[in-house]
Design a protein around this ligand. Structure first.
Ligand SMILES: *Cc1c(COP(=O)(O)O)cnc(C)c1O
Length: 387
C-alpha cells in the first residue's frame, strides 16, 4: 500500500457492530475470560489489551499508522511531544552517558539537556547546524545518543541525515531524529539510519490545533525499553486524542501538500519584498541547504522565517499590523501563525546563544496555514505598512 492508503486504511479490527470508522474506546481497562487468561495475559504470552496505560485499541491504531508511515518496526504513543522525547531519553540513558545534539532544537528539549538531564549526570555537547563536520570531534567513550531535528526550529536549517546517519553507524551511537517539522509524509529519517524517530503529534499530525500528542517509533528492541519505562511511569496518550490523531492522519498527505504550496508561494512573495532582508525556506534556491533539502524532503514544509529591516521595533510593529494571521505559540495549524522567536519561544536564551542559532531581533517565523494563499500573502504584505 502507498502512503495515503496506509494513512486511511490501517485500522483496528472491527467490533461486532461492523462500524466503518473506528469508534472511540474510552475504557481504562479490559476484562479477562478467566483466571488462566488473566495469568497468561500478564505474563505477555499473548498480545492483548490489559490497561490503557499500557495499550488501547485507539492508541494502537495511531501508533501502527505512524510505524508504517515512517518505515519503523514498533512504537509507543505519548500524551505530548515532550513526554515522548523525555521518556525516550529516560528509558535509554544511564548516569554518566553523553549526548551530542544539534544546537538548534525545540526550546523544551534544550531545557531537558541543560536543566534536567544533568541532575542524573547526563551531559550534552552541541554542534551548530552548519558544522556537521565537527560531530566526530565531540564523541567520547560515554557518548550514547546523536540527536537532531531537521528542519530546525526556528532557523529552518536543514541537516544532512545521510551524513549524520553514517557517523552514528560508524561510532555505534543511537541516532534519534525529531521529525516534527517534516512529518512522515515529507521525510523518513529511518531510511538514513535513524534508530528512533520522535514526533510532536500536536503540530501537523493533528494539524487543526486541537489536541496534544507525541510518539516514538523505531527499532523493536529500543521501543521495548521505552514501552516498559512508560508502562510503569505513565506518560501514555489518551484514547480520545489517539482517535482524533488517527483521523487526522487520513488527511495528512493532502493537508501537507497544500501547506507546502502555500508556504512556497509566501516565500516567493517575501523574497521580492524590499522591506525584507532575507527569507529562509528549505525549497527556495537561495536556502544554504537547498540541495540537501531536495535530496531528503519531498516538499519544503510549512515553516519559513524572514528578517524585517529595522530590527525589533519594526518587527513588533509588523506583528501589531497583522489583521488575519494569529500570534500564537503553536505551529502546523490550519490557521497561519506568526511569531517573533527572540521575544517569545526563545526569550530564555542569551543574546549570544540567540545569534548562535541564527535568531536575530528582526527574525519572524511563519507557520503557513491552509487559508487561501492570496489571503495569507495579502495579510503579511499589508502588515509592512506604509512607513
Ligand atoms: C512542539 C514541538 C515539540 C514538543 O511537542 P509538544 O507536543 O508541545 O510537547 C518537540 N519538538 C518540536 C520540533 C516541536 O515543534
Amino acid at each position: 500500500m502507498n502512503f495515503e492508503t496506509k494513512a486511511i486504511r490501517l485500522q483496528t479490527d472491527r467490533s461486532q457492530f461492523q462500524e466503518h470508522s473506528t469508534p472511540l474506546y474510552l475504557t481504562s481497562s479490559f476484562v479477562f475470560e478467566d483466571a488462566e487468561d488473566m495469568r497468561s495475559s500478564f505474563a505477555e504470552e499473548k498480545e492483548r489489551n490489559l490497561y490503557s496505560r499500557f495499550s488501547n485499541p485507539n492508541t494502537a491504531e495511531f501508533v501502527n499508522k505512524i510505524v508504517s508511515l515512517e518505515g519503523a518496526e514498533a512504537g509507543y504513543a505519548f500524551a505530548t511531544g515532550m513526554s515522548a522525547i523525555f521518556s525516550t531519553f529516560a528509558a535509554l540513558l544511564s548516569s554518566g552517558d553523553h549526548i551530542i545534539s544539534c544546537r538548534s532544537v525545540f526550546g523544551s528539549t534544550h531545557s531537558l539537556f541543560t536543566k534536567y538531564l544533568p541532575k542524573w549526570n547526563i551531559s550534552t555537547s552541541y554542534f551548530n547546524a552548519d558544522e556537521t563536520n565537527l560531530i566526530e570531534s565531540l564523541i567520547t567513550d560515554h557518548t550514547k545518543i546523536l540527536y537532531v531535528e531537521t528542519p530546525t526550529n526556528p532557523g529552518v536549517d536543514v541537516l544532512d541525515l545521510e551524513i549524520i546517519g553514517s557517523i552514528a553507524k560508524k561510532y555505534n551511537l543511537l541516532f534519534i531524529v525529531d521529525n516534527c517539522f517534516a512529518t512522515p509524509y515529507l521525510q523518513n529519517p529511518i531510511q538514513y539510519g535513524a534508530d528512533l524517530v520522535v514526533h510532536s503529534a500536536t503540530k501537523l499530525i493533528d494539524g487543526q490545533g486541537r489536541v496534544l500528542g507525541g510518539v516514538t517509533v523505531g527499532k523493536k528492541e529500543l521501543i521495548r525499553e521505552i514501552y516498559l519505562f512508560s508502562r510503569n511511569t505513565g506518560p501514555a496518550m489518551s484514547p480520545f486524542n489517539a482517535w482524533i490523531l488517527s483521523k487526522s492522519l487520513e488527511t495528512l498527505s493532502v493537508r501537507v501538500e497544500k501547506h507546502c504550496e502555500n508556504a512556497l508561494n509566501l516565500a516567493h512573495s517575501l523574497e521580492n519584498n524590499e522591506k525584507v532582508n532575507f527569507v529562509k525556506y528549505p525549497f527556495l534556491k537561495s536556502h544554504p541547504n537547498y540541495e540537501i533539502a531536495k535530496k531528503q524532503m519531498k516538499l519544503g514544509g510549512n515553516i519559513l522565517v524572514f528578517e524585517v529591516k529595522g530590527g525589533i521595533k519594526y518587527a513588533q510593529k509588523f506583528l501589531n499590523n497583522l489583521k488575519m494571521c494569529s500570534l500564537s505559540a503553536n505551529l502546523g495549524d490550519t490557521r497561519t501563525i506568526v511569531t517573533h522567536p527572540a521575544s517569545s519561544t526563545h526569550s530564555k536564551l542569551s543574546i549570544e546563544d540567540l545569534l548562535k542559532v541564527g535568531i536575530t531581533e528582526g527574525l519572524i517565523r511563519v507557520s503557513v496555514g491552509l487559508e487561501n494563499s492570496d489571503d495569507i500573502i495579502y495579510d503579511l504584505t499589508q502588515a509592512f505598512g506604509d512607513e
